[in-house]
Ligand binder design. Structure first.
Ligand SMILES: CC(C)(COP(=O)(O)OP(=O)(O)OC[C@H]1O[C@@H](n2cnc3c(N)ncnc32)[C@H](O)[C@@H]1OP(=O)(O)O)[C@@H](O)C(=O)NCCC(=O)NCCS
Length: 184
């Protein structure tokens, strides 16, 4: 059971629930311009309640199957950011991919760095993972700064790695090794 964690300024990091589709839609509508450069192109369906409910259901099903864990950053009833561990792989890898964003009105306060550190702690202590990976666009200096502050190291650059904002774009690849426990 993953518990809510207070961050700063009244913002909490808590597990996403099936009731989050409406506040998530409001957050994506508010942040459409803020996120455009850094995310895949979104369909019109994405900006509907139906679209958000469908995506959330899919993610929570992946979570129930042990392949993902989804959090939101919440300020009261509003969602002001997300953290997601995707592609959780066990066996001798014990690895997951991390994705995140924060509302344009909440940047520059250290909230994302704090949330990434908490996700690493939970991934290590509660999920029993060994490694978390994250990729950023070459010019996403803010995200690279978050990862470095949270103990990630750069381990390479992957050409045409991910389709972001309509183009296959090169990415800087980061990882954080969480522990050296043996894989069981
Ligand atoms: C990247 C993002 C999550 C950072 O969130 P945040 O809450 O502002 O992060 P923090 O406050 O914890 O740290 C941000 C760091 O980036 C730095 N920074 C911010 N904008 C910057 C810029 N344009 N150039 C250089 N550094 C920048 C800040 O100074 C800070 O570093 P510092 O503490 O060493 O000064 C946020 O900007 C965002 O949601 N961007 C759009 C989506 C996105 O890029 N997601 C990640 C995809 S990999």
């Amino acid at each position: 059971m993953i518990e809510p964690v207070p961050l700063a300024d009244g913002v909490i990091l808590r597990p996403a629930t099936k009731h989050d589709a409406e506040p998530l839609l409001r957050a994506y509508l508010r942040n459409r311009d803020h996120l455009r450069r850094w995310e895949p192109r979104r369909s019109e369906e994405f900006y509907t309640l139906r679209g958000q409910a469908h995506r959330l259901k899919d993610l929570l099903e992946q979570q129930a199957a042990g392949r993902a864990v989804a959090w939101v950053l919440a300020d009261g009833d509003e969602i002001v950011g997300r953290m997601t561990l995707n592609t959780i792989v066990r066996g001798p890898w014990l690895s997951a991919d991390l994705g995140y964003w924060i509302d344009a009105g909440y940047t520059g306060r250290g909230l994302t760095t704090q949330a990434v550190l908490e996700v690493c702690r939970i991934a290590d202590q509660d999920l029993g993972l060994h490694r978390i990976a994250a990729g950023t666009l070459l010019d996403n200096v803010a995200s690279q700064s978050v990862l470095r502050k949270a103990g990630f190291e750069l381990y390479g650059t992957a050409p045409r790695y991910l389709e972001i904002d309509g183009r296959w774009q090169d990415h800087r690849l980061f990882q954080r090794i969480l522990n050296d426990r043996p894989a069981r």
